[in-house]
Every structure is written in C-alpha cells, then in structure tokens.
Ligand binder design. Sequence first.
Ligand code: ASP
Length: 591
Amino acid sequence: MQLNGLKRTHYVGEMSEALIGQTVTLMGWVQKKRNLGGLIFVDLRDREGITQIVFDTEISKEAFEMGDTLKSEYVIAITGKVEKRQSVNTELKTGMVEVFAEDIKILSESKVPPIHIKDDDNANEKLRLKYRYLDLRKPKMYNNLYMRSKIASVFRTFFNEHGFLDVETPFLNKPTPEGARDYLVPSRVNPNMFYALPQSPQLFKQMLMVSGIDRYYQIVKCFRDEDLRADRQPEFTQVDVEMSFVEEEDVIRINEELMKKMFKEILDIDLKTPFMRMSYKEAMDRFGSDKPDLRFGFELVNLNETVQDSSFSVFKSAVEEGKFVKGITIDGGADSYSKKGLKNLEKLAKTYGAHGLVWIKVLDEIESPIAKFLPEEEMNALVKAMNATKGDLLLIVADKKSVVNAVLGNMRCEIAKKLERVSDEYKILWVNEFPMFEYSEEDDRYVAKHHPFTSPLDEDIKYIFDDKERVRAKAYDMVLNGSEIGGGSIRIHSSELQAKVFKALGLSDEEAREKFGFLLEAFEYGVPPHGGIAYGLDRVVMELLKIENIRDVIAFPKTQQATCLLTGAPSIAEEKQLEELFLDLIEFKEE
Ligand code: ASP
C-alpha cells in the first residue's frame, strides 16, 4: 500500500483528548506490537512520546494485515482517527486516546535491535556506545539532549542580551597554557610542524579584548589529552567568556545574574544572590577540597591543638613533624558501620593516600582501636573537640596536610552519599583567592595553578619571587553541589607584571617569547584590564539535571580509553597519509 504524498500532521507524543475525532498522520518507530486476534495494538514512538495505534479489521483489512508484519523499530507512517481510549493508560502522557489506523506505510524495516529502547534496559555501556543512535532513542537520553540544548540556549540568550559577541576562534593553534597535554595535528604544508588543538581559547579571547571586542562569549569544543577520570572527556565543551574594563566583582556579579536566570528557566528555582564566597584556604581547611559540597555537614576539624601532647604517639609525633591531625564527625554514624564496614572505610581512606584511619564510636562506652592508648580525659577532650555526642562515629587521619585534606575531603562525600545524607537542594558558591602558584612534584618546580595570565592579588605581588606559596590570585571558581562548573580570573594586563610572573615560573625571556610572544607583543599596543570565566557545559548539564555519568549528557562521547565505540576512532592512518605528513611510526611496545 502506497501513501504517496504523505505528510506528518503531528508528533506521535502530541496526541491528546483535544484531538479526538480528528484524522492525523503520524510517523515514528514501533515500540512494541500485540496481536489480539481481530485487533492489533502497536505502541508508536517518536521523540515526543508514545501513542497506541489500533489496527482493526473492521476499519481496514489491508492496514490490519500490514500492521501484523510490523516488528520492533520499524519506521512507519499511519493515518487514522484519534479516539477516546477504551482502557485509559495513566502511565502514558497520551494514555487517554488511541489512533485507529486507516492507512499505513512502512518507511523502513529494522533488524532486531541489540538494545531495548527503554530507559531501564540495563544494557552495558559499551553496547550503548556502539549503538549510540539506538541508545539516544530512549526517552531519558532524548531528554538529556533536549535539556542540554535548552541550557546552551539560556547561556546564548543571556550573553546576547548583555552585549557579548559570539566570536569563533581557531582550532589549529599554538599550544595554550592550561597545562594539560596537547592533542597535536601534523601540518602537511609545513613539514614536521604541528598545530595543537586548543585546551581553551584563552589566548584568543584575551587578544579579542586587545582588539576592543569588549565582551566575548563562545560555546566551544576544547581538547585535553589527559588520563580520563569519571567526569572528564578528551573533548569537552566550554562556555567561554571574557570582558574588558572589569574587576573580579564585575565578573562575579554578571555571572550570578546569569545563573539566576539559568536556575529559574531550567529548574524553576529562585537562586539567592549574592552567592556565598569562600577563600580557597577556608574551603581546604573546612572541607578538604577546593570544590566543597555544602549539601551535607561532616566538616573537617583540626585536632592538632587537642592532640599535641597525646598519649597516642601517632598523633603526637604527627604534630611534632609539622603534619596535621584532622577528623570528621559522622553524626548518628556509629550504628551505620559494622566491623566490616569500618574495614571498608579504612580501605577507602587508603585509596585516597592515607596510611591509616582511626575510628571512634561514641556509644555508652567509647569503642575504638586507640581507646586503650588514651586516658579517659584525653578521649573526652577529643570527643568534645569534634563536637560529638552519643551515636556518632569519628574518623581521624594524621598525615601531611595535603593527604589529610584529600582523604577526609573525599570520604565525607562518599559517606554522605552512602548514608543518603545529601540534601535535595542546589548549593552554589564561589571559591576565590586561589594560590597563584602550585608546586609540581612531577616537574620539580612551581607552576601556575590557574594559568600564567592570571593576575596575582595586588597586595601579594611582592612575594612572587621569594614566598610563592603566599601569593594569592584573582581567580575564582563557581562550585555547584561539589563540582567545579566554572572557573576564571582577572588577567594580567601589564607586560611588566606578565614578564615578572613568567620569570617567577622559571620561564626565560626567550621561552616566554617563543611560547606566548604574540600575546606579549599584543600587550604592547594598549590593552584594557580584562577578565573572564569559562563554564564546563557538560558539567553544568550534569549538575543541573543531577546526572552522574558525563557520557549521558553528550551525544557521542568517548570511552575512558578515549575511543569512540560507534565509529571506531582512533584508527590507523594509511601509509600514503603518513608519507604526506612526513611521519614515520615507531613500533609500539606495551610496557
Ligand atoms: N581558560 C580557562 C580554563 O579553561 C578559563 C578562564 O580563565 O577563563 O580553565
């Protein structure tokens, strides 16, 4: 049966009681089919939802016969009348109606799909990524892409309305300064030369400020060849922003306004401004992290003073050696952890670098492996310092400051999740006054914590050569529910200060010229004070929608091995291509 000139009248998922009596033409995929003898029921699906289609011999024998040949994921067009449904299905948005097919056309057939097109199909992720186009047919995945598009649109609308210009910047570049590994692209026309894909458009956006663009934004792919953690992708999307003639306060204000609009439009939540602000130091002291999750307590308590003369030598010597003893109080946690549970906590602590974990259960009597070392009053002092009462579980770590913070900072998040103590709210804040420099064990030198174009705080400039750890930067991160969703800084706009910072980073004049000479030169021709921020769009979507897997918010993501299971990228290059690029491959040996 041919339905030539067929034109879709509605989305399948749009069917409603308002359309009863109308003849509609729908197109979509067969979700499932049931043949009940004289009647065939087909669930037809498109991106807007599912509607029940009925094939009835009394209405059209031909349509009925063709309906009987349908299988899952066939693409069909049907024309028929919308009727009130006999047995209402309250689970379906369209469940009040059904469409009686008068005509049908099979637009394309389908093999048996390797995954069910259902939100809870439990298919393993490899299969989902290989058949991504099927996976994306699931309502949940469609919704993720839909919301991502809406979120991007809020960004765009806001910036367009506030005088920001959307300017594209090149992908084939000189290396940028974010400090991750670059993806290199060989140049055919310039043998043995390479472009780097941008880790961010940082230098270009700064040059746009020198160009007088004044306000810039761009939603742009960035590339970093890093080992992939759960929330990272080798190519990810930034909402990149830069503004001229601003100070930190200006950047913060406008971005709060933006987020207020975002929360209202996406979640219908009224965010209170100004957001909370916390210095990097306070965040590390209290939460062991520069992206503190404020949806639950379990704050870190510094116990150095309490235990400096402790009878438990591990604590005492830690303090003597300039290390730190800190703890967290899991209120009501004493009953939540059995012997085995505590062993697991200890294992967890070790995965974050701890050498050991001390636990104390505050019950009618104190239970703890260190109870035998501590006289009662010492134990009481500890319990008091940690503000603990009966029923609480205390976890204490003694180690280098960075280790203690990393261990307890991570554990408070994992425990809160496990014990379901994470509140439903959204907690947003700024973390600022980041350290300007950070010691890199790997490179055995100080590197820029943000990037080398970030301005130090005026009052700290004097320390940049002799007391680097003391120098704070005009850098700020926006943190939502324990995730850094954006980060930026006020930039250096004086070539003199920039030269000083390069020197402090151990970069000779020559190296600085070779790497960033074009920017330094641009800075010699009149540069406005400027600053900006970049949001990680993938992370913004994840946090707003509370989705844990970054791959679920990206249409075609890479695996943790940086491969694309759908297309098979990366793949080998042909001999001829390598020759054109003057490239020779060295045999790869697994270490
Ligand atoms: N380019 C920076 C980054 O990617 C963000 C910024 O400073 O605006 O982290």
